[in-house]
Write a protein that binds this ligand. Structure first.
Ligand code: HSE
Length: 306
């Protein structure tokens, strides 16, 4: 195999209480990428469609992660990368992670899979760092492993796969304003109160327990973020209304997707997720901000060959 076309999925990071550690993978929302082996060594980005992103390998997140991988693998070939960008950069559903993870996942397939998903995540973190200024893996891990993941630690990199209750669906609203991850990280406090930390780690622990036991009530009670959301929600117009209307409609929980501006909800069953989509639309229809809404099953596979 000399060429592969993939769908590199969008992802939701943080999942309310799990800032920088939790994430899950969306279905049928993602970037398409074509990766091709070349005789000439090195990485060359030959096509970018959809959004205006740099062609220079060292300035492109897909290029940087690909370079990290070939520096380690030293293959006797090079690679060309074509990026058909569907996920808007700065939308909060893992746009940079999809690029960074997609190139290394596809190259690994073409090389006969010498690396496991954790090793691929480590290469992709180099690309993610270029976009956000920090080497976090909470969008990368769900894109590469599928389903829900928990980044137990980054040094050494350890990723845990969390089981997904089968009736869980996500609803995403993406208001078309841009929030740069670096900016929305800069507004966060460097120190937090012990009482908030206690609430937050209790929520993370109980959320993981709920996922293992298919306990939708506990899952719902755990989807609370007392540390990051109070700061970042100020950057997202109508966040409070989207949240309250979605919860009123029966969503299990609602929060900021990654660093925003997208907002996610989790619901039990597709019908409920679609009702939540309508509730979100109703809020934003009354504003002059353009938006997109998606309903998605949790993608337990991750990357797909298309
Ligand atoms: N955990 C990251 C953040 C995800 O919230 O800043 C966005 O890249």
């Amino acid at each position: 195999m000399n060429e592969i076309k993939i769908l590199s999925p969008a992802t939701v990071a943080n999942v309310s209480c799990g800032f920088d550690v939790l994430g899950f993978c969306l279905d049928n929302i993602g970037d398409e990428m074509v990766i091709r082996k070349t005789k000439v060594k090195g990485i060359k980005i030959t096509k970018i469609e959809g959004y205006n992103l740099p062609f220079e390998t060292e300035l492109n997140v897909a290029g940087v992660s690909a370079l990290a991988m070939i520096n380690d693998a030293n293959p006797d070939c090079g690679f060309e990368i074509e990026i058909y960008k569907k996920i808007k950069p700065g939308s909060g559903i893992g746009s940079s992670a999809a690029s960074a993870a997609g190139s290394v996942w596809a190259m690994n397939e073409l090389l006969g899979k010498p690396y496991n998903a954790t090793q691929l995540t480590a290469f992709a973190m180099k690309g993610e760092a270029l976009a956000s200024g920090s080497e976090h893996a909470d969008n990368l891990a769900p894109a590469l492993f599928g389903g829900f993941t928990l980044v137990k630690s980054t040094t050494p990199l350890q990723i845990l796969e969390i089981p997904t209750p089968s009736e869980l669906y996500a609803t995403i609203i993406h208001p078309e304003i841009e929030i740069k991850t670096a900016d929305s990280r800069a507004i966060l406090p460097k120190k937090i109160e012990l009482k908030n930390a206690i609430t937050q780690w209790a929520n993370v622990g109980s959320l993981i327990h709920a996922m293992h036991t298919n306990d939708y009530n506990l899952l719902s009670n755990s989807l609370n973020d007392v540390i990051v959301e109070p700061h970042r929600s100020k950057l997202i117009p109508h966040f409070d209304s989207v949240k309250s209307e979605s919860l009123k409609t029966g969503a299990l929980g609602v929060g900021i997707s990654g660093s925003g501006p997208s907002i996610f909800a989790l619901s039990k069953g597709k019908e409920k997720a679609e009702a939540v989509a309508q509730a979100m639309k109703n809020v934003y229809s009354k504003t002059n901000i353009n938006f997109n809404v998606y309903v998605s099953k949790i993608n337990t596979q991750g990357m797909k060959i298309i």
